[in-house]
Write a protein that binds this ligand. Structure first.
Ligand SMILES: Cc1ncc(COP(=O)(O)O)c(C=O)c1O
Length: 375
């Protein structure tokens, strides 16, 4: 399908942290003829997807696939893997929402509060878990509200060193990290890793993925009231037959299969390196314009940059200008960070040339509307 055939909406290139830009060939892959999810064609499709997804997650564990956004697996993770008490690590709006989901599901919890802009650190987590009361911990890899990446590998190491460390289910949200920011599920000893299609996977929204380690699956078998749609045991029972318990988002699976081929052709190491290079270029551009960064130094996300609006730009006016040029970035997240920061996603299939075009657009706006005048 040509781009001009997609004429119901004007193309605005997305530099927002989800949904991210989707390439035309991936959009087109969704237009395959429909198949039934119990038909051999769909079983074969999921059979092709599973080993590729495993390479992207760096795991041999089952990766559950659901027709939902990432939020679904937040609920699934706490419903399936917590029976005593969970420690919710909160360093931004999304990690706080996982806390909210935990409480909405009636699970006992405590909260490790970390200042926004800071990472969750291994020693903080280990200190809280050392009481021995907890059987699980939730942590967000890439906090999309603040642009901070937490050191998941080191956090997991610190947890496993605790006397009861092998009994603690380590649950990681990498919704805006996975496949762009390095994450190695098995090598890092992570039990539950969840993500969604509309971020670094550069797919349309509507699919979520969740790897479940043997330890987490064994735990789920002991937990009552796992819920229905996200019952890990039922989902795995179907997954091993290359099926899902309920109807999957078949068109999105076609797109996923095509996108996984392209991701693996690029190579995961190259993909991580490309994201880091775009991150570094974005930081360099921001500093060259006199902006400072919201994240603590050393923890800046590879997939998106949260820039302090220390020059006093009118972010909505900047974005209106960018939209007239066919681009969009994001304001700061929520009442705490809106207008105080703005966010540039360099995520998914975006290339260095794309972000260079964005910087040129912002520079043009700054030249026309100097910050002092716009504030
Ligand atoms: C870090 C993080 N976790 C979870 C979510 C929620 O995911 P979804 O919107 O796919 O339900 C988001 C959404 O932006 C996110 O950035």
């Amino acid at each position: 399908m040509s781009n001009s055939a997609r004429n119901s909406t004007k193309h605005v290139k997305l530099f927002i942290p989800g949904p991210t830009e989707v390439r035309p060939e991936i959009l087109d892959a969704q237009t395959e003829w429909m198949v039934g999810h119990r038909m051999p064609e769909c079983i074969d499709l999921i059979g092709q997807i599973r080993p590729k997804l495993a390479q992207v997650f760096f795991t041999d564990a089952p990766i559950l696939i659901s027709a939902s956004s990432g939020t679904g697996f937040w609920e699934g993770a706490v419903r399936n893997c917590v029976s005593r008490k969970v420690l919710n690590c909160v360093n931004g709006a999304f990690s706080d929402r996982w806390r909210e989901v935990t409480e909405a599901n009636g699970k006992a919890n405590e909260v490790l509060e970390v200042e926004w802009g800071q990472p969750v650190l291994p020693e903080q987590v280990a200190e809280r878990l050392a009481t021995g009361e907890f059987d699980a911990v939730t942590v967000v890899h890439n906090e999309t509200s603040t642009g901070v990446t937490s050191p998941i590998q080191e956090i997991a190491q610190a947890v496993r060193q605790l006397p009861n460390g092998d009994d603690i289910i380590i649950m990681v949200d990498s919704v805006s990290g996975l496949s762009g920011a390095e994450l190695r599920t098995d090598a890092w000893g992570l039990d539950v890793v969840l993500t969604a299609s509309q971020k670094a996977f550069a797919l349309p929204p509507g699919l979520a993925f969740c790897s479940v380690s043997p330890r987490a699956m064994a735990k789920a078998r002991t937990v009552a009231n796992r819920g229905y749609y996200f019952d890990f045991i039922t989902m795995e029972k179907y997954l091993v037959k290359n099926q899902t318990p309920a109807t999957p988002a078949v068109s999105l699976l076609f797109a996923l299969n095509r996108q996984l081929d392209d991701m693996l052709a690029e190579g995961m190491e190259n993909r991580f390196a490309r994201h880091l290079a775009m991150r570094d270029a974005t930081i360099a551009w921001a500093k060259s314009q006199g902006f400072t960064l919201f994240p603590a130094p050393g923890y800046e996300s590879p997939t998106m940059t949260c820039v302090n609006n220390n020059l006093g730009l009118e972010v909505s006016a900047l974005n209106a200008y960018l939209r007239s040029q066919g681009m969009a970035l994001s304001n700061g997240y929520g009442s705490r960070l809106k207008n105080k920061t703005f966010r540039i996603a360099h995520m998914g299939d975006l290339q260095m040339a794309d972000i260079a075009a964005l910087f040129a657009g912002i520079n043009q706006y700054l030249a026309q509307t100097p910050p002092a005048a716009s504030f």
